[in-house]
Ligand binder design. Structure first.
Ligand SMILES: Nc1ncnc2c1ncn2[C@@H]1O[C@H](COP(=O)(O)OP(=O)(O)O)[C@@H](O)[C@H]1O
Ligand SMILES: [Mg+2]
Length: 191
């Protein structure tokens, strides 16, 4: 069972290979409806309807460095075995949107895995902006390479110290998302 973060990285690679300038990555977990949705949206070259139809075929790939493409087919299998499925919306020149859904609590749902390490790899990809959001019920954690560049300059993104900071920042953000909400009412000491 492959961690879903590795599938997300594969979707990101597809977007980069399609010439995307901005890639939106959204993870939406909702415990009330018991759904997990992963969405990766890019502004790359897109696909024709025929290309979309064949994209999930494990023996189809447009790249030459590996004989068979397994990325989308594997993700589709992972989603289907966890009570969900895979959807692709794409138009030539109009970018691509891939949405994988899962039953959140399904026994065969792969764990999300290491989003901090995954986003560190994505952030190292120069020239591509990454917009990440992770929803858990009503709460959200967001990370944007564009904001990072605005603060530190575009060239700082390749700096190993910056990438280490990115990894830690995301790890902390993801942990905060999972920790219970503490609300303090005025005049009440909740400790
Ligand atoms: N985001 C995308 N934009 C344009 N084409 C895509 C995108 N994702 C997938 N494709 C097309 O679908 C094919 C299959 O993708 P995938 O299953 O990940 O295998 P691989 O990346 O190994 O080729 C790719 O070779 C490419 O032609
Ligand atoms: Mg791929």
């Amino acid at each position: 069972m492959q961690e879903l973060a590795l599938h997300i990285l594969d979707l990101f690679r597809n977007a980069v290979e399609a010439g995307a300038r901005t890639v939106h990555v959204a993870v939406r977990e909702d415990r009330t409806s018991d759904r997990l949705q992963i969405e990766v949206r890019d502004d790359g070259r897109g696909m024709t309807p025929d290309q979309v139809r064949t994209a999930c075929d494990p023996f189809f790939t447009t790249r030459s460095t590996r004989r068979v493409g397994m990325g989308l087919a594997l993700l589709q299998a992972a989603a289907e075995q966890a009570g969900g499925g895979l959807g692709i919306e794409s138009t030539p020149g109009g970018g691509t949107r891939v949405v994988a859904t899962f039953q959140l609590g399904h026994l065969d749902r792969a764990p999300l895995g290491d989003m901090a390490a995954t986003l560190e790899v994505m952030a190292a990809e120069a020239g591509v902006q990454v917009e990440y959001e992770h929803w858990l019920d009503g709460r959200v954690f967001r990370f944007s390479t564009r904001e990072l560049e605005e603060r530190l300059g575009a060239e700082a993104r390749g700096d190993p110290a910056v990438l280490t900071w990115v990894e830690r920042h995301i790890r902390e953000g993801e942990e905060a998302l999972r920790s219970p909400v503490r609300e303090y009412c005025k005049g009440v000491d909740a400790r």
